[in-house]
Design a protein. Structure first.
Length: 137
């Protein structure tokens, strides 16, 4: 059913991404799909990484861990953005199209008061793509 699964990762929320990664790995195993984890970063230092090279290194380390733990091949993609907070959804839609993803698995936090004023990235992404999006809390 699925051939290519994309998993966006934000290392600033490392505690909240594990369930989404587990779901993505299980789906990739079940369907024999390719799994690619994607990180969006700026050229300037961010909380997630000081440089795009550091982001790529972190993604590669995570991919290796997931491969060892789940026995599936995992690839990575680092996307460089001028302002990840503003361009995140657009960058993720572009990355998904480039890799021909047919499913995107995203981790999300539990809704809170801030979500009344600002929609979570996962909701905004799902609203602006034709792809299937699985949001994991």
């Amino acid at each position: 059913m699925y051939k290519s699964i994309m998993v966006p990762i934000d290392f600033a929320h490392a505690n909240d991404i594990q369930r989404g990664l587990n779901v993505a790995c299980d789906l990739a195993q079940h369907y024999g799909a390719e799994l690619c984890i994607v990180g969006v970063t700026a050229t300037a230092p961010t909380f997630s990484a000081r440089s795009p090279r550091e982001m790529a290194t972190k993604l590669d380390a995570l991919a290796e861990t997931l491969t060892d733990r789940h026995g599936i091949p995992v690839t990575t993609k680092t996307v460089i953005s001028h302002d990840p907070a503003v361009d995140l959804e657009e960058n993720l839609v572009t990355a998904a199209r480039e890799m021909s993803a047919d499913l995107v698995v995203m981790s999300s936090h539990k809704p809170g008061i801030i979500d009344i004023f600002f929609a979570p990235h996962s909701i905004t992404f799902a609203a602006h793509t034709e792809l299937s999006v699985f949001i994991v809390r």
